[in-house]
Design a protein around this ligand. Sequence first.
Ligand code: GLU
Length: 485
Amino acid sequence: MINPVPRVRFAPSPTGYLHVGGLRTALYNYLFAKNCGGQFILRIEDTDRNRYVEGAVVKLIEALKWVNIDYDEGPDKNGNYGPYMQSERLDIYKKYALELVEKKHAYYCFCTPERLQSLKEEQQRQKMPQAKYDKHCLHLTKEEIDNNLKSGMNYVIRLNVTEGDKISFQDIVRDRVEFDRENIDDQVLIKSDGYPTYHLANVVDDHLMKITHVIRGEEWLSSTPKHILLYNYFGWEKPVFAHLPLLLNPDRSKLSKRQGDVAVEDYKDKGYLKEALINFVALLGWSAGDNQEIYCIEELIKKFSLERVNKSGAVFDQDKLKWLNEIHLRSKPDNEIIPIIRETLKNNSFDERIFSDEYLGKIIVSMKERVSFPQEYVLNCRYFYEAPVEYDKETATKRWKEDSAKLMQKLIDEIEKLDNPEKHDYENALATASEITGSGKGNFIHPLRLSVSGTGSGPGVYDILDIIGKDETIKRIKKAIAVFS
Ligand code: GLU
């Protein structure tokens, strides 16, 4: 074959959610395809009926859609190589398994679970490094096989791993990889329920779907020698392999639910932006080698190469993800943040319709440097949407002094004089009140902030006044005077 168009695939087994490791695999496949003008395929590997989860495929597709990882072919798209759900391809696998049986590279096995169990126990007693099938059924005659099949005995079809050299292959990430043939079991290809195992279905599909590069997680590396054997036995050209490094918790254990979220959906729900998640996940095992850390998808496509994926495990650093979220959030245009603010307002029982886009735009400007997540535009500054319901106790004790009520009343007097005030007018009003009373500005600013926001921190107090406006400011100061007097 001369330079075929690169074709890669993401081949998840649907579990009900998209794991961040799966997202990394999908993303690298996508980036690779887009970078080299190739095609990216979504194939659903749903042949393990014990792990079937209702609605899982829909969820997975939704998660991919959310992050904008679009595929050229897949279960919900047209394509010349479908169906793209393995459970709809059972006849194909059966046909190819029988082809291997015909070629003596596979055989029927009628062993009962009890026999297999006692074989395993015996091998453990003999301290064999790993349990392996003893090829008992390889030696059945054709007649025996036919009779067993006719009488409806349960069977599986196994790969017939023969003696020979080591199995080796070139991996883009790991260079040369070698496996001892004697460690490879006569892998089941077709299970007793008629479904193929991952190994058979995966190889058959990668071949039929003309996959040129298999880019997947390192956890699949130990399966690859079995796949190499299958390619050899079928006489098919092998794809290029690239096994991506493991994702690790900060303590370098394998990334697990126990140490944080692993589902893309969880990150979405927490307010992580797809841009930040994609940026973060792209750097889990890849770097362009130039210390750049902030990327948009277009840049990633331009710069990505499998050659720059490293072997060592990549630590999933939640702090870095949060930092990236802040960065991406800051560069998001208001028209993308406003709908999220509106949604958050609704979810927090506010009537979002009473706030204009202009009003929300002002809040965005004042809070930009203070938020990590879009919903914090509501949750960290509820005072922009309603008068404080309660006041922070510590701030109140510290900041509301004996003369505060008097000073605040003086400030009200000055503010009342203002006509259509802007930010600097409030500042001047406070300066005047300070001058008249001979009390320092700080004696105004702190109780003022407490009055209008209920807290002791936040954006500049004049920004708050400018946003909530003159009437609301006066109303809130009056209320505070009443509460604290
Ligand atoms: N079905 C496997 C998974 O769930 C696919 C592994 C591969 O890409 O070969 O990840």
